[in-house]
Design a protein around this ligand. Structure first.
Ligand code: ATP
Ligand code: MG
Length: 647
């Protein structure tokens, strides 16, 4: 196995003229921590256009979970994402659309974005939508999903985007939870050559949602759909009757902007509420600095609009910065697994942001499909969603990035609105597998289970001291759940639910979810660490590790392993893998069981759902918990059928 470096210094070649360098990071970080209100006031003036200044920069009370930023300040998020750019950028491309088929693409300028958003905002108004009303958006990845979000923001309506891959039950639950009265959808979605019956799913969901009075449907494929004349509106048929002008509503910084449900990795999804002022400032600022976005660059984030990454880093952050953002309708493996690189070549993408799950999947399919496309335009690669195993990091760095791009690992959550921990390009060294260092104004801490704050090199639970503008404000309709989930465990801190360690250089490493931390013979071990060791093996594509009760050790280690395509599993491989983990982490970490699995249970956003794997390893099959956000429920059956039943 090849020698892997564990630290890559800030490379002068990749980081020339970055917005931030090491000295600037130190100086700005220091100020942001010592005088947060002064710091954030300056940023808010620099990044955002306000109609009226705020009365108070921040007011934060973690005893009651009451948080506000820039209260009394007035702004409009859609104005900040569109109108203010028109003077200099009316003809610049705001959105590059790349369709499911490689031949299908077009560009939307800032002027066109403005006109489309205004028309849709006016249509929403005539359907009775006004400030504070909730609108559900259930769409494929076409520019109209962005128009819909921004049209809501323009008139002060609160959007709730539901991922277009979810089915009827998930739509229904989210429409009811947020009491949405309007749904924006499409006739069908197209992904990877397959059609998804969005309108039919909405029709079925709404049977149980009597309060929805309007469904606006964008025609994507033109398929025949059921129609309710009073309720349904055909977007294409009516949209040009509406004025391409709509005065933006003046919003208070603390008025709600959107509700978005978490991925459901650890339990029932939570309806996270974000507000206008703090969120848009934080999304814009992190987008500029973390991706080192430079004027005129082409930026592509492969997330779906149904996730927070799509909200903050496809639409709100990039558009607030006047960037060109690519919206991709398809999947990385269609028509073949070289699609991402083909799109990068075609549109000369400079910044590419994706998830470890995609990186591991593409890595498993070989280098040839990457190398066949020219990637010389790419200068920065990002990752988000799960810890990235060093093996996958190296593949991303060496093969995709040809060893000359910065890689930014970005740790954050739906709840945090934007990136909190990252390796800032040009400022912070890269350590494969480490999330990096705190962003400006972010004060992470590591606490023991009992709540003692640990200093220096430490391992424990990741919490945040103090607030940042992008922080969520409540769980929609359930403030008690907000308090209970995030503030009740450790008084005075925001509890992330993740385990982490801090190394001697002050880098943070995410070791996995708190519920997943193992205690084997008195050693505390993160699932991410064992998984990364397993993935070092050239035949292993992906791994998920869980604990199960063990009489002697306290917990035993049960591993699920997916092999590279074309490799078959032999008994000797189990032994090799056990030895590999023991070598990497110590004998105590040697896996007890290894189950080879063709697929792992993942959320729709691509995260491994270990809570289900834990139940299977514990042979507790009756109640697998909330599986509504599972991408492919059929993998669970295979895992159960082939589980290793033990003592
Ligand atoms: P739920 O809260 O419903 O269980 P979820 O936590 O998966 O779902 P998200 O908000 O989409 O919902 O995901 C945030 C989580 O993703 C983080 O708490 C962390 O565990 C993981 N994560 C995100 N980015 C990274 C990263 N760069 N490195 C490690 N873990 C990450
Ligand atoms: Mg979470």
């Amino acid at each position: 196995m090849k020698e892997l470096l564990s630290r890559y210094p800030v490379s002068p070649q990749a980081t020339q003229n970055t917005h931030i360098n090491a000295d600037k990071y130190q100086q700005m970080y220091q100020q942001s921590i010592e005088q947060p209100d002064v710091f954030w006031a300056e940023q808010a003036e620099q990044f955002i256009d306000w109609y009226k200044p705020w009365k108070q920069v921040s007011e934060v009370n973690y005893q009651t979970a009451d948080i506000s930023w820039f209260k009394g300040g007035q702004l409009n998020v859609s104005y900040n994402c569109i109108d203010r750019h028109l003077a200099s950028k009316a003809n610049q491309t705001a959105i590059i659309f790349e369709g499911d088929e490689p031949t299908d693409d077009f560009r939307v300028s800032y002027q066109e974005l403005h006109d489309n958003v205004c028309r849709l905002a006016n249509l929403l108004k005539t359907r009775g939508v006004s400030k504070g009303d909730r609108v559900c958006i259930y769409m494929p990845m076409i520019p109209e999903v962005g128009y819909a979000m921004l049209a809501c923001a323009r008139i002060g309506a609160v959007h709730s985007v539901v991922f277009g891959g979810f089915s009827t039950e998930s739509i229904k639950a989210r429409v009811l939870d947020a009491d949405c009265q309007v749904v924006i959808t499409a006739d069908e979605g197209v992904r990877g050559g397959k059609k998804i019956p969005l309108k039919a799913n909405v029709d079925a969901a709404l049977v149980d949602c009597p309060d929805v009075h309007s469904v606006i449907m964008v025609e994507r494929t033109g398929v025949e759909v059921n129609w309710q004349d009073q309720r349904d509106v055909n977007y294409q048929e009516v949209i040009n009757h509406y004025e391409p002008m709509c005065e933006p509503e003046m919003m208070d910084a603390e008025d709600p902007l959107f509700i978005l449900y978490t991925s459901g990795s650890t339990g029932k999804p939570k309806g996270v509420l974000h507000t206008c002022g703090g969120y848009i400032l934080y999304a814009a600022m992190t987008h500029k600095y973390v991706f080192d976005y430079q004027e005129g660059e082409i930026y592509w984030c492969t997330a779906d609009a149904g996730w927070i990454t799509g909200h903050s880093y496809i639409f709100y952050g990039p558009l607030a910065n006047g960037a060109t953002t690519l919206v991709f309708e398809g999947v990385p493996t269609y028509p073949d697994a070289g699609r991402c690189w083909q799109v990068c070549e075609k549109h000369q993408v400079n910044i590419f942001y994706t998830a470890p799950t995609a990186i591991r999947a593409l890595m498993g399919l070989g280098d040839e499909l990457v190398e066949k496309h020219d990637r010389s335009s790419i200068r920065l690669l990002g990752t988000v969603g799960e810890p990235i195993n060093p093996e996958a990091w190296h593949w991303y760095y060496e093969v995709v990035g040809q060893s000359c791009c910065s890689i930014v690992d970005t740790w954050w959550q739906t709840e945090t609105g934007g990136i909190l921990i990252t390796s800032l390009p040009g400022a912070v060294d890269m350590k494969p597998g480490a999330a990096g260092k705190p962003f400006f104004g972010v004060k992470p801490a590591i606490v023991s289970k009992e709540g003692d704050v640990l200093e220096g090199e430490a391992r424990g639970r990741l919490v945040m001291t103090g607030s940042w503008p992008g922080q969520m404000r409540t769980v929609y309709g359930d403030h008690q759940r907000f308090f209970d989930t995030y503030f009740s465990q450790y008084t005075g801190y925001y509890f992330t639910g993740d385990g982490a360690k801090r190394d001697a250089d002050g880098f943070y490493w995410i070791t996995g979810r708190i519920d997943d931390v193992l205690n084997v013979s008195g050693h505390r071990l993160g699932t991410a660490e064992i998984e990364s060791a397993l993935v070092l093996h050239p035949k292993v594509a992906e791994a998920a590790v869980v604990g199960y009760p063990h009489e002697i050790k306290g917990q035993g280690i049960y591993c699920y392993v997916t092999l590279m395509s074309g490799v078959d599993c032999q008994q000797s491989l189990t032994e090799e893998l056990q030895a590999l983990v023991a070598d990497e982490l110590g004998r105590f970490a040697k896996p007890d069981y290894i189950q080879f699995a063709p697929g792992l249970p993942k959320t729709r956003s691509g995260k491994i759902m270990r809570r289900i794997l834990r139940k299977i390893a514990e042979n507790e099959l009756e109640n697998l918990g909330d599986t509504s956000t599972l991408a492919d429920p059929s993998v669970v059956k295979d895992l159960i059928d082939n589980r290793i039943v033990h003592g």
